[in-house]
Design a protein around this ligand. Structure first.
Ligand SMILES: [Zn+2]
Length: 244
C-alpha cells in the first residue's frame, strides 16, 4: 500500500519497487540538496541509505534545508536527517556517517553501495567522489545550486558518457561560488535535490531515461531550462582509460 502510487506506473511496477528495496545509496552532504534528495529516496522505499555530513545544523541553514528544524540547531546534519527519515519511513535502513568524507575513506563506502548522490558544495570532495565512483563502477548523481541557478548530471563513464572531471579541466576551487557568499533562493535547492532523487530512482529501478551523458541546466529566475550533451573529454585524468 505504501508504494502503490509508484507501482501503478507500468514501467516501474512491483519489479521496480523490489529493485529499490534491494538498493543501497550513499548521500554525501545533508544540506539544501541532500535534505530533499534523502527524504524522497527514503519515502520512495530505497532499502538502505548511508548519510554522510560532518557539519552541524546552523540557524542560517533552516531557510532551505528542509529536513532540519529549530530544535536541530547544533545537531550533526546526517544525524538530523536520519531522525527525519526515521519518522517518515521505518522500513529504510540507515547508516549515519557524522563526519566529512576524505578521499582515503571513500573507496570502502562507495564499494558497498549501488549509487552515490553528490549533494556537497565542496570541489575537492566532488573530485574525490568522482574518482571513487569510477574505481567502484558506481553511478554518480551530481547536483549544484547557487543564487537561482542549478545543474544536474549523471556521471557513469563505465557505462558511457563523461565523468565529473571531464567538465572541469583544472581542480581550481577558487572559482567556485558558494551559497554563503552568493545567496540562494530556497526552492531552487528543493528542485535540484528532487531531480537528483528522480535520477537516482530511475537508475536503481531501470525506469525511464536518465541524464547519463547530459547536463541539465536550470535558471529559475527566468525558468530557462536547457540540456547539453556532454562527450567524454580526451585526456581526462580520471576516466580517459575508459574511452581510449
Ligand atoms: Zn572524465
Amino acid at each position: 500500500m505504501r508504494y502503490n502510487r509508484q507501482i501503478l506506473l507500468h514501467d516501474f511496477d512491483v519489479a521496480g519497487q523490489e529493485r529499490l528495496q534491494r538498493s543501497r545509496v550513499l548521500v554525501v552532504g545533508l544540506g539544501g540538496l541532500g535534505c530533499p534528495a534523502a527524504l524522497y529516496l527514503a519515502a520512495a522505499g530505497v532499502g538502505e541509505l548511508l548519510l554522510a555530513d560532518g557539519d552541524d545544523v546552523e540557524l542560517s541553514n533552516l531557510q532551505r534545508q528542509i529536513a532540519h528544524g529549530d530544535d536541530d540547531i547544533g545537531t550533526n546534519k546526517a544525524q538530523s536527517v536520519a531522525a527525519a527519515i526515521g519518522a517518515l519511513n521505518h522500513e529504510v535502513k540507515l547508516e549515519v556517517i557524522p563526519r566529512a568524507l576524505v578521499e582515503d575513506s571513500m573507496p570502502e563506502l562507495v564499494e558497498k553501495v549501488d549509487l552515490v548522490v553528490d549533494t556537497t558544495d565542496n570541489y575537492p570532495v566532488r573530485f574525490a567522489l568522482n574518482r571513487a565512483c569510477i574505481a567502484a563502477r558506481v553511478p554518480l548523481v551530481s547536483g549544484a545550486a547557487v543564487r537561482t541557478e542549478g545543474q544536474v548530471a549523471v556521471f557513469d563513464p563505465v557505462r558511457g558518457g563523461p565523468c565529473y572531471r571531464c567538465l572541469y579541466a583544472s581542480d581550481d576551487a577558487a572559482t567556485a561560488l558558494s551559497c554563503s557568499e552568493s545567496g540562494v533562493l530556497a526552492p531552487l535547492v528543493g528542485v535540484i535535490g528532487s531531480l537528483q532523487a528522480m535520477e537516482a530512482l530511475k537508475l536503481l529501478s531501470g525506469f525511464g531515461e536518465t541524464l547519463r551523458g547530459k547536463l541539465l541546466l536550470l535558471d529559475l529566475r527566468t525558468m530557462d531550462i536547457r540540456q547539453l550533451t556532454l562527450p567524454p573529454r580526451a585526456g581526462c585524468p580520471d576516466c580517459a582509460h575508459l574511452h581510449p
